[in-house]
Design a protein around this ligand. Structure first.
Ligand code: NBP
Length: 477
């Protein structure tokens, strides 16, 4: 056995990950169900480093040094289970199986448990950054045991993206923690993209600006607090001219956003945990609404707007208002995502360091951004911070933009421009900071029709009012 690490599943992601490993001087065992892919990798890139190709799973496992590390990079789902079974049959106690595909974290928890019974380590690992990242340095979010990270960590840190020399990889927590955090990363990505899209729509409709003009605005924003990969590519997309028609590319793209499911998983989990991730939920539903073709057709041209053409007078301050509203809404969306991580961490005993998550997202992944440093600093200041928004830096940053944020959301409502993520983020902000919420009325209604009881602000215990009798109050315990 000569290989330090193995990769099985050599479609684009696995092949790139194997090349990344080889370029970092690891001897890499490579395997794929269909051998032709292995041969293709060897013929095209075999000279990039030390590869050990195998045609069978048995030979692949035999080519790995002990304790063995085999990384699976196949289509998530039944394929992953099939490959795990084949590998496990050949492996020995102490060996490590890594699933670097996009598994749903409950599957990872199930698989880890099953393999633990065979004394094998199973490490569900989130890998972000697409093909480019896999080849040149992704953000890597490994779960599994701390013991497995001792063997695996140095390899993964080696091939991960680096920011200021710091690897974008750390041990997230046990069993499904890595895939969980990758899922929330994707959910936040949905929210970030939707917020940017709403900012674009506001600029377009409020200013009547062209895509090219808005591209300039985004380029400019990318030099400040909003600096991020998503803002950068937005400017590039908006500046792009369609070859066929000579018009702005964004205008020839059908306005129906698709999804592969990680946003939906994130929202479903938010509901399960009872964590209000309104930014991610609105972003996910906004994609659903864009694809609701019969509903849109029934509404378009039928439902009145009762608005005049929006014409913003002070263009410069409007652009600044939208920028501040975007930043504030973005802080809310991230704050909610980090709440979700905290809740799941408590539920599963993962002990996830949220500051470290922001740190490993600074490079290699889609939401990489300057402002993640501020998040890491906030959790370093106060590790148990209950609300990211309540960190002094973010309280100030959002507070400074608050008037702008209100003007933008009010203007959008008055002029009939849909801003679900901007608006719901502001509503969240106002709700979470409110001294009293109308939830008191909801709880009273629940007691009225369902005898669901209530607590009082001025006395201990649980109470019920005899609504259908004399409306006297009973103490329940
Ligand atoms: P695909 O998701 O297209 O999967 C193709 C690979 O899966 C091939 O190697 C194929 O083998 C193998 N495979 C299948 Br399908 N069923 C199998 C089975 N029953 N047993 C063994 N192998 C099986 O590849 P990809 O696009 O490279 O993605 C790989 C993983 O990475 C996926 O989980 C995906 O969700 C994830 N991904 C992540 C990102 C990201 O940004 N993080 C981007 C893209 C993909 P064959 O050659 O014999 O058909």
């Amino acid at each position: 056995a000569t290989a330090d690490v193995g990769v099985t599943g050599l479609a684009v992601m696995g092949a790139n990950l194997a090349r990344n490993l080889a370029r970092h001087d690891h001897t890499v065992a490579v395997h794929n169900r269909t051998y032709a892919r292995t041969e293709k990798l060897m013929s095209e890139y075999g000279d990039e480093g030390e590869f050990v190709p195998s045609e069978s799973v048995a030979d692949f496992v035999a080519s790995l040094k002990k304790p063995r590390v085999a990384i699976i990079m196949v289509k998530a789902g039944a394929g992953t289970d099939a490959v795990i079974e084949e590998l496990a049959a050949e492996m020995e106690p102490g060996d490590i199986i890594v699933d670097a595909g996009n598994a749903h974290f409950p599957d990872t928890i199930r698989r880890e448990k099953a393999l633990r019974e065979k004394d094998l380590h199973f490490v569900g690992t989130g890998v972000s950054g697409g093909e480019e990242g896999a080849l040149n340095g992704p953000s890597i979010m490994p779960g599994g045991t701390a013991e497995s990270y001792e063997r695996l960590g140095p390899i993964l840190e080696d091939i991960s993206a680096k920011v200021d020399g710091v690897p974008c990889c750390t041990h997230v927590g046990t069993d499904g923690a890595g895939h969980f955090v990758k899922m929330v990363h994707n959910g936040i990505e949905y929210a970030d993209m939707q917020l940017i899209a709403e900012a674009y729509d506001l600029l377009r409709k409020g200013l009547g600006a062209s895509a090219a003009e808005i591209a300039e605005i985004f380029s400019n924003w990318n030099t400040g607090d909003l600096e991020s990969y998503l803002i950068e590519i937005t400017a590039e997309v908006l500046a792009h001219v369609d070859e066929r028609t000579g018009t702005a590319f964004v205008d020839v793209v059908l306005d129906q956003a698709e999804q592969k499911g990680t946003g939906r998983w994130t929202v479903q989990n938010g509901l399960d945990l009872g964590v209000p991730i309104t930014g991610i939920a609105e972003a996910t539903f906004a994609r659903s609404l864009s694809g609701s073709v019969p509903q849109r057709e029934a509404a378009h041209g039928t439902l009145p707007a009762h608005t005049a053409e929006w014409s913003v007078q002070d263009r410069e301050s409007f652009v600044e208002d939208v920028r501040k509203a975007l930043y504030a809404s973005k802080v809310v969306a991230y704050s909610q995502g980090f709440d979700q991580i905290a809740a799941a961490s408590a539920e599963h005993g993962w002990d996830i360091d949220r500051g470290a998550m922001a740190r490993i997202w600074r490079g290699g992944c889609i939401i990489r951004a300057r402002f993640l440093d501020r998040i890491t600093e906030a959790y370093e200041r106060t590790p148990g911070l209950p609300l990211l928004l309540a960190d002094p830096y973010f309280t100030d940053a959002v507070g400074n933009g608050l008037e702008s944020w209100r003007r933008v959301v009010a203007g959008a409502a008055q002029n009939g421009v849909p801003t679900p993520a901007f608006s719901s983020s502001l509503a969240y902000y106002d709700a979470v900071r409110a001294e009293r919420l109308p939830a008191a009325l909801v709880q009273a209604q629940r007691d009225y029709f369902g005898a669901h009881t209530y607590h009082r602000v001025d006395a201990e215990g649980t109470f019920h009012t005899l609504w259908s009798q004399d409306r006297s109050e009973e103490k329940q315990d």
